[in-house]
Design a binder for this molecule. Structure first.
Ligand SMILES: Cc1cc2nc3c(=O)[nH]c(=O)nc-3n(C[C@H](O)[C@H](O)[C@H](O)COP(=O)(O)OP(=O)(O)OC[C@H]3O[C@@H](n4cnc5c(N)ncnc54)[C@H](O)[C@@H]3O)c2cc1C
Length: 832
C-alpha cells in the first residue's frame, strides 16, 4: 500500500512540476490524497499526521506570501538588485525595440504548435503578382550582370526603369504614389532580382529597407511624409542612410558625428533655429548618387535653446545633398560588386529644425527609431537576397552536375558531388522556409527583432555555404569569370552580406541570445523591471510574484526535459499525425532543454554572460536551429505537404536537431563546474547522444532531385528569374539539361550495343553515323544525341579574353546551331 501511495505521490509531484502548477494547486493536490487515505485506512493515524504536517510545512511558504516574501524573496531581491548591470538609455532602447513572436514560444520551453500551424500562409495579392510577372521580369531581362560589372554601374536605361516603375517605393503606401507592397511581395521582388544581379538587388533593396522611406513612414511629420514620400516613390529623390563612420562600425552608438543647436542664416532668413553638423561617414550604399541623405549624429544643446538638456543623444535628419558644406560623390569599390557605395562628409553644415526626421519632438530618439526599423528591414532584405542566390545556384549547379561528364558519368552521380548538392538543396529549402514564414509574420504586424537577427545571420551564412559548394561542383567553370559565369559574382559578394546590417560574428555571439534572453524569456525582463520599481514595497511584492513564477518555470523545464528525454518525447502531444510528427516532438523536447539551459546559464553567469560570447553564441545557435526547423515544418505544410519534398524536411530537421545536440555538448563540456555539466547532459540526453545527421540515402534522394526537371526542383527554385533563351547561361543550362536527359537512354542503348559488339567504340567521331547505319538507333535519335552533345559542349565552355583583357572576345565554344536553338517554354518554370 505504502509503495503504491509513494508512486502516486511521486507521479503527482512530477505532474505538478511539469505543468507549472501554482501554489494552491500544489496544496489541493496534497489535501485530496491525504483525505482519501484517511477514509480508506483510518488506523494509520501517526503516519497520516506526519504527512499532514509535512504538507503544511511545504505548502505554507508558497501560499502564504508574506512569509515567503520575508524569508525568501526579500533576501534574493537585494542580491539581485546589487548584481544588476547598469543599462544605458540606448541599450535599453535597443532591447525594447521590435516585437517577439514564435521565438517567445521556443524560449518558453513548451511551444504551442497549434499557433504555428494557424499562422497565415504566404499569399501575394493580384497586384503584387502582376508586378513580379511584369516589371520585375522585364527588369531582370534587362540586367546583364557581366556588363554591369565591366561598366562599374547599372546602365542608364536600367536606372530609369527602376525609378519609373517605382522599385524604390515598394514599401511606400499607394496614397503617396508607392506600391504599398506586403513584406512578402517586397521579399519576392528582391529575391527574384538577386537571382539575376546582386548589384541590382542591393540597389533596390536599400531604399526599401532601413532608410529614409521607412523612417519617414514610422516617424515623419505629416508635412515630411506628404513632401518626401511621393518624391522617393517616383525615384525623383534617391535616398541613402548614413550611420557608419571610420570610428564607429559595429559600435554604432558611439558615432563621433555631432550637431549643435544654434541660430544662423538660412535661405536668406536670419536667426533660424537649427543645427550645425559635422560628420564623416563611410560605406554608405547609394551615397555617391543620393540626393537625400538620411543622417545619424549626436545632438547637443549647450546654449539650451530647446530645453535644459546639454547632451540630447542620437538624432536623425533628412538632408538634401546639395546643401553647402556636404562632400558627396566619391565611391568605394566593394568586392567588385559595383552598386553605388561611398563616403560622405559634412563640414559645419547648417540645417533648420524641420529637417529632423519627426521634427523637433523626436530629438534624441534616433537610436530607438533605428532599432525599431532595423527589425523589419533585416527580416526581409538580406534573407531575400540570400535565398535568391541559393535558388539560382541550386538550379544552375544542379543542371551543370547532370550535364558535365567526367569518367563517362555526369559528375552529379558521384557520391562526393552528391554530398555537396544535398547540402545546397537542404540549406536552400531552409532559407526559403525562414524567408517566407518570417515575411508573413511581418505582414501580420510583427516586427520581430530577435528573429530578424536569426534570419540575417543564418541565411547569409547558409548562402556562404551553398555558394562554396556550388563553386566546388562547377570547378574551373565557376572560377573563370565572364558572361557565362553566373555564380562567381555571388561568391564574391558574400562578405558584404555577412558584414552589413549587423556583422555576423557580433550578431551571433551578442545579439541573438542576448536580446532573446531579455525579450523572449517569459520572466527575465519583468524581474529586472520589478527591481527598478520606485516604491520598495510594491517592488518586493512584484518581485516575489515573478520570482516564484520563475521557480515554477525552471522546475517545470527540468522535469519536462528529463521526462521527454527518458521517453524520447514519444508522449509529447502534437497537432500533426503524419510522419513529420516526430520532429514536432523532438523540437518540443529541445525547446524545453533550451529553456532549462538558458536559466542555468543566466543564473550562474548573470551579467557576465554579456562577455561570455562563446556561451551566448551557442545558446543563440540552439534558438536559431529551433526557429529554422519550425519554419521548415510550417513551410512544408504551407506548400501542401508534398510527399516528394519530404526528404528536404527530413534533412533539415535532422540537421537542426544534430546541430542543437552539438551546441549543447559544447556548452556543457565547457561548463565551469564539470559535475553540473555532466548532470545536465544526463538530464537532457539520458541515453547518451541522440541525434544523427541525415542519412546518405536521404541525401542521395535530395541530390538527384536537383539533377532533373521535377516538381521538387521547381518548387525549391520557384520564383527566381529563368531566362527564356539560350544566349543566357541559365537558359543555356536549362535547355541543355532537357536535351542531355532526352539523349541519355539513347546513349545508354548505344553503349550496350558496343558491349555486345554490335558496333565498335572507335572512332568516336563517327559513332553516331555507324549506329544509324547498323540500325542501332534511328536518324532522329542520332539528332537528339547530337543536339545534346552540342548543348553540353556549349554549357561547359568558359569565356576567353584578349591577352591584355582590353578586348572581350566571343567564347571559342561552338554555339548551338540556329536550328537547334529553342526558346524555352515560358511555362517551364511554372508548376502546374
Ligand atoms: C558594402 C557595404 C555597405 C554598407 N552600407 C551601409 C549603409 O548604407 N549605411 C550605413 O550606415 N552603413 C553601411 N555599412 C556599414 C556596415 O553596417 C558596417 O560595415 C558594419 O556595421 C560593421 O562595421 P565595420 O565594418 O566597421 O566592422 P567592425 O565594427 O570593425 O567589426 C569588425 C569585426 O568585429 C566583430 N565585432 C565587433 N564588435 C564585436 C563584439 N562586441 N562581439 C563580437 N564581435 C564583434 C564584427 O562582427 C566584425 O566581424 C555598409 C558596409 C559595407 C561594407
Amino acid at each position: 500500500m505504502l509503495l503504491i501511495i509513494g508512486l502516486v505521490v511521486t507521479g503527482l509531484i512530477w505532474a505538478l512540476i511539469y505543468f507549472r502548477a501554482r501554489g494552491y494547486i500544489w496544496a489541493l493536490s496534497g489535501v485530496i490524497p491525504l483525505v482519501t487515505w484517511g477514509f480508506l485506512d483510518p488506523t494509520r493515524i501517526v503516519a497520516q499526521a506526519f504527512a499532514w504536517f509535512a504538507l503544511v510545512v511545504l505548502c505554507t511558504p508558497f501560499i502564504y506570501r508574506p512569509l515567503r516574501r520575508k524569508f525568501v524573496s526579500e533576501k534574493v531581491f537585494s542580491i539581485f538588485k546589487n548584481s544588476l548591470p547598469k543599462m544605458s538609455k540606448s541599450e535599453k532602447e535597443a532591447l525594447d525595440a521590435g516585437t517577439v513572436w514564435w521565438d517567445a514560444e521556443l524560449f518558453g520551453g513548451r511551444p504551442n504548435w497549434n499557433k504555428l500551424i494557424e499562422y497565415s500562409k504566404p499569399q501575394l495579392t493580384e497586384d503584387e503578382q502582376k508586378f513580379i510577372d511584369g516589371p520585375v521580369e522585364e527588369l531582370c531581362s534587362m540586367l546583364n550582370d557581366w556588363a554591369i560589372t565591366r561598366n562599374n554601374d547599372l546602365p542608364e536605361d536600367v536606372w530609369q526603369y527602376i525609378k519609373e516603375e517605382g522599385f524604390f517605393g515598394m514599401i511606400i503606401p499607394k496614397k503617396y504614389g508607392g506600391h504599398g507592397f506586403s513584406a512578402l511581395a517586397h521579399s519576392s521582388v528582391v529575391m527574384k532580382i538577386a537571382s539575376r544581379s546582386v548589384t541590382a538587388a542591393v540597389t533596390i533593396m536599400v531604399p526599401n529597407s532601413l532608410g529614409p522611406a521607412e523612417l519617414l513612414l514610422q516617424y515623419g511629420t505629416d508635412e515630411q511624409q506628404s513632401h518626401y514620400l511621393p518624391l522617393l516613390a517616383s525615384g525623383k529623390e534617391i535616398p541613402c542612410f548614413a550611420l557608419t563612420g571610420p570610428e564607429a562600425g559595429s559600435d554604432a552608438m558611439s558615432i563621433p558625428d555631432n550637431g549643435v543647436i544654434c541660430k544662423a542664416e538660412y535661405n536668406g532668413e536670419k536667426d533660424v533655429l537649427g543645427i550645425r553638423i559635422n560628420w564623416e561617414k563611410r560605406y554608405i550604399t547609394l551615397g555617391p548618387v543620393a540626393t537625400l541623405l538620411g543622417l545619424a549624429f549626436h545632438l547637443y544643446d549647450p546654449d539650451h535653446l530647446i530645453g535644459e538638456v546639454d547632451d540630447i543623444g542620437i538624432t536623425l535628419a533628412l538632408i538634401p545633398t546639395t546643401i553647402k558644406g556636404i562632400e558627396i560623390g566619391h565611391r568605394h569599390f566593394p568586392l567588385d560588386i559595383p552598386f553605388q557605395n561611398g563616403p560622405n562628409r559634412g563640414k559645419d553644415v547648417f540645417i533648420p529644425m524641420d529637417m529632423l526626421i519627426g521634427g523637433q519632438d523626436r530629438v534624441g530618439e534616433g537610436w530607438k527609431m533605428l532599432m525599431e526599423c532595423l527589425a523589419t528591414g533585416r527580416s526581409i532584405s538580406l534573407p531575400a537576397l540570400s535565398t535568391g542566390a541559393g535558388k539560382l545556384v541550386c538550379r544552375s549547379t544542379g543542371a551543370y552536375a547532370r550535364i558535365r561528364k567526367q569518367f563517362n558519368l555526369p559528375i552529379g552521380k558521384f557520391e562526393g558531388v552528391e554530398e555537396a548538392l544535398t547540402q545546397m538543396a537542404g540549406m536552400t529549402y531552409q532559407m526559403d522556409a525562414v524567408r517566407q514564414v518570417t515575411a508573413v509574420a511581418i505582414d501580420e504586424g510583427e516586427s520581430p527583432s530577435v528573429i530578424s537577427a536569426i534570419a540575417k545571420y543564418h541565411l547569409t551564412e547558409k548562402m556562404r555555404k551553398v555558394i562554396n559548394h556550388a563553386m566546388d561542383v562547377q570547378g574551373g567553370s565557376s572560377i573563370c569569370m565572364g558572361p557565362r559565369n553566373i555564380i562567381a559574382r555571388i561568391y564574391q559578394s558574400i562578405p558584404i552580406s555577412i558584414t552589413v546590417e549587423g556583422a555576423n560574428i557580433l550578431t551571433r555571439s551578442m545579439i541573438i541570445f542576448g536580446q532573446g534572453a531579455m525579450r523572449c524569456h517569459p520572466n527575465i525582463l519583468n524581474i529586472i523591471n520589478s527591481v527598478q520599481i520606485d516604491n520598495p514595497q510594491k517592488a518586493i511584492i512584484e518581485f516575489d510574484r515573478l520570482f516564484f513564477k520563475q521557480i515554477r518555470f525552471a522546475a517545470s523545464n527540468l522535469a519536462r526535459t528529463l521526462f521527454t528525454g527518458l521517453t524520447n518525447a514519444k508522449l509529447v502531444m502534437t497537432p500533426i499525425k503524419s510522419r513529420e510528427k516526430i520532429y514536432y516532438q523532438q523540437l518540443s523536447r529541445m525547446s524545453s532543454a533550451f529553456a532549462l539551459l538558458s536559466d542555468v546559464f543566466i543564473t550562474t553567469l548573470g551579467a557576465e554572460l554579456k562577455r561570455k560570447e562563446k556561451i551566448s553564441g551557442r545558446l543563440g545557435d540552439i534558438l536559431s536551429e529551433l526557429y529554422i526547423a519550425s519554419t521548415v515544418l510550417k513551410h512544408y505544410q504551407n506548400q501542401g505537404s508534398h510527399q516528394q519534398d519530404y526528404e528536404l524536411v527530413q534533412w533539415s530537421c535532422e540537421n537542426s536537431l544534430y546541430n542543437i545536440e552539438h551546441s549543447i555538448d559544447d556548452l556543457l563540456n565547457n561548463f565551469p563546474i564539470k559535475t553540473i555539466g555532466w548532470i545536465l547532459k544526463k538530464i537532457i540526453f539520458p541515453y547518451g547522444k541522440q541525434y544523427i545527421k541525415s542519412s546518405d540515402r536521404t541525401g542521395a534522394v535530395i541530390a538527384n532531385k536537383l539533377l532533373e526537371p521535377c516538381p521538387t526542383r521547381f518548387r525549391l527554385t520557384q520564383d527566381i528569374f529563368i531566362p527564356h533563351n539560350t544566349d543566357d547561361q541559365l537558359g543555356r543550362l536549362e535547355s541543355a539539361l532537357t536535351r542531355v536527359i532526352a539523349a541519355e537512354p539513347i546513349e545508354k542503348y548505344i553503349n550496350e550495343s558496343i558491349k555486345k559488339n554490335i558496333i565498335s567504340k572507335t572512332p568516336q567521331s563517327s559513332l553516331l553515323e555507324r549506329a544509324v547505319i547498323s540500325r542501332v538507333i534511328t536518324p532522329e535519335q542520332a539528332d537528339i544525341v547530337r543536339a545534346a552533345n552540342t548543348a553540353r559542349r556549349d554549357v561547359i565552355m568558359v569565356d576567353e579574353f584578349s591577352q591584355d583583357f582590353s578586348e572581350h572576345f566571343d567564347p571559342v565554344t561552338s554555339p548551338l546551331n540556329d536550328d537547334t536553338v529553342v526558346s524555352l517554354n515560358p511555362t517551364h518554370n511554372k508548376l502546374s
